[in-house]
Design a protein around this ligand. Sequence first.
Ligand code: THU
Length: 160
Amino acid sequence: MQKQNITFELSIFDSIDELSAEDNKLMNDAVAARGDAYAPYSNFQVGVAILLENGVVVTGNNQENASYPSGLCAERVAIFYAGAKYPGVGIQTIAITATSINHVLTDPAAPCGNCRQAISEYEVKQKKPIALMMMGEKGKVFKCNSMADILPLGFNSSFL
Ligand code: THU
């Protein structure tokens, strides 16, 4: 029997102001997208901005539905649109920000399991890591270098 520790590097920035100019712009694009979320049931608004390797930024936000499971998270709205509109173009960085109408969220919001799986598919497909930034409404920003970092031992098509 062997034991192995799986670790990953998480960069923690005190605020959006500490980010590089490129990352700062991308997170601000996510903040703008967050404001357009359709979240009347949860009052929890999520915005995402995706920087593609051709320089295009694709944004998305959560879209809820009176039939709750029919809604979709911001990350999947954005990444499916990127895949649909720019097939074959690499994904460089994804910025995620979330807040609640009921309170000010100052903790970085990490993507749910379904979104990690969906983003992981594109990372595996492009054979290149996708960097992720996460932020609440404001405050600290977490950045990791790859979706695989926060979805270790993920499922992918090689198992099929
Ligand atoms: N949500 C996202 O958009 N992304 C996540 O990673 C987690 C949750 C949305 C779904 C729903 O509209 C609301 O946040 C509350 O769960």
